[in-house]
Design a protein around this ligand. Sequence first.
Ligand code: DX5
Ligand code: ZN
Length: 236
Amino acid sequence: MPSRRPARALIAASILDSDLGALADEIRRADAAGADRIHLDVMDGQFVPNITFGWKTIEAVRRITDLPFDAHLMISEPGRWVEQFLDAGCDSITFHVEVDAAQVRPALVRIRDARRSAGLSVKPGTPLGTLDPYRDLLDIVLVMTVEPGFGGQAFMADVAAAKLAPARAWLDPAGAGEVQVDGGGRRETAEAIGREGTDVIVAGSALYRAPDMAAELARIRAIADAARTPTLERAG
Ligand code: DX5
Ligand code: ZN
């Protein structure tokens, strides 16, 4: 469970745009390239207009790497399926605050009870204030900087500027828990992300379409870290 803000930005490789026919190799590739996490985008065709994979697939590739598995559930009924994703070996489970409110708190409690990290995500148009009732149960706030559903979309800089630093402060000004940014994370947007003190950068297409994944990942991290340090010094 994340407790302290890490000294550098962590990179979570989203396998959404990888070659899913060679998923095990694609996860090994991210591991070898220096990724800190594997980000797994689960979509049900209801919450978002796309369908990806489910807990059986995650379970099947869990043994490929020791890297933490971050599940990002873009599904309408996370409460119905949370047990399966826990059993599949996810280290963190993040779902969307926009789902039917009755299932939010019980699902977060279940994730915490299983000693995994619990997260909620907000779509670009959803205010951070919707998270207020759940603050005591959150290890992760995942800020979407694209509309959820597809990789390779343009980064919404206005959403990042409006939400990332406030999410960090809201979660815990002392640095506990983590803020993740998802959508359009790449070298061109890493400075804007780093400036806001964001803990985890999800990167999908930027990594999997790069000619040299390790170099690209290092570049994104270096740009984010360089932008982040002065901000933290000013704040501290
Ligand atoms: C979108 C997913 C993202 C996606 C990011 O709904 O949640 O994790 O894979 O892809 P890129 O990095 O290409 O924007
Ligand atoms: Zn995602």
